[in-house]
Design a protein around this ligand. Structure first.
Ligand code: TRP
Length: 337
């Protein structure tokens, strides 16, 4: 049976938080245990350079993200787990795709459009102020990530659907121009069931709002942060609405259906906020204790993480190198003899 190739990239630009776990890491690790799936998961570290020019942060984030996925049980025997920057074929393919990709297509990419719109709002006469070629051409790099491994499915957030469509566009154009089926057309998969978690202030948990709870915060820190989650002024004994409550939302993202139903009942019966927070902390801590310990041990052993990623890169390159070799022939850059 031909396995479905599922590929996704994680941009290392911060410390993984509960929202990342629920929205991306957990579903990806679950998918990696499905025997009909061949996962390709990678650290999109070339992408990280678009937004972050602080080498220490890029380096630290790469390590933290790799340690996080391993600590949470990613099966690297099945999943090909690698760093984008270890695959030199990816930037090479990026160039080939750049040469068949219309500039006008990139003008429509939303990250670029948002940067231009910000300049306009700020009354900036140059609409491209602060826009690098990295930001402008970012969907081409992403297309190379995907097309290199002939991914069938790409699980992404809504904001990334456009990029998958652009990758299909580039694949189709290359196939057409060079008259062959070199690339599989990828499909975006947006899982409607995946939850978007609220953060400390009730807005979406996101690094850019500075309202996150790091997945592997120490016990003490976790308690402190849970206590900071915004609630309202209802007193203990007054019935509370679980559906508009961040505490309940985070709890139910981790809990079983029965546990959530039980907690829902306690909201209706008027659980106090202090108690609800203590329960959430206990629950999270119980689930995160073991992976946190594994995470700490991994962070102490970067050599091990390096070995795992090198093995992943080797498996990835075993596919990328022959494809690139073929593509060189196809575009007229093959050897003379
Ligand atoms: N751009 C994606 C994001 O910001 C990360 C990413 C890079 C990616 N390359 C990819 C996702 C390829 C899926 C496939 O979330």
């Amino acid at each position: 049976m031909q396995k479905t190739r599922v590929l996704t990239g994680i941009t290392p630009s911060g410390t993984p938080h509960l929202g990342n776990y629920v929205g991306a890491i957990k579903p990806a690790i679950q998918a990696s245990q499905d025997p009909s799936v061949q996962p390709y998961y990678f650290l999109a570290d070339l992408h990280a350079l678009i937004k972050c020019q602080d080498p220490k942060r890029v380096q630290q984030s790469r390590l933290e993200i790799a340690a996080t996925w391993l600590a949470l049980g990613l099966d690297t025997d099945n999943a090909v787990f690698y760093r984008q920057s270890d695959i030199p074929e990816i930037p090479e393919l990026t160039w080939m795709l750049s040469c068949v990709c219309a500039k006008g297509l990139m003008n429509r990419a939303h990250a670029y459009k948002a940067a231009v719109a910000d300049n306009e709002t700020a009354g900036q006469p140059d609409p491209d102020k602060g826009v690098t070629m990295g930001l402008f051409g970012y969907p081409v790099l992403m297309a190379a990530d995907i097309l290199m491994f002939n991914a069938n499915k790409v699980p992404v957030g809504r904001d990334q659907i456009q990029h998958i469509e652009m990758a299909r566009d580039m694949a189709g154009r290359f196939n057409h121009l060079y008259k062959g089926q070199y690339f599989t057309l990828p499909e975006a998969v947006v899982d409607e069931r995946v939850q978007v978690l609220g953060g400390l202030d009730g807005r979406k948990m996101s690094k850019s709002y500075n309202n996150t709870i790091p997945l592997f915060a120490s016990e003490k820190k976790l308690l402190k942060l849970v206590r900071k989650i915004k609630t309202n002024s209802l007193e203990p004994g007054e019935p509370k609405d679980p559906d508009s409550c961040t505490l309940f939302q985070i709890y139910s993202a981790f809990a079983t259906q029965e546990e959530s139903a039980g907690m829902r009942q306690r909201y209706l019966e008027g659980i106090g906020w202090g108690e609800a927070k203590d329960e959430l902390f206990e629950y999270l801590n119980m689930h995160l204790r073991e992976p946190r310990e594994r995470y700490m041990a991994l962070m102490e052993d970067p050599g091990h993480i390096e070995t795992v990623l090198q093995e992943g890169a080797e498996r990835a390159r075993a596919e990328a190198a022959p494809l690139m070799e073929r593509l060189r022939q196809v575009v007229g850059l093959g050897r003379f003899i």
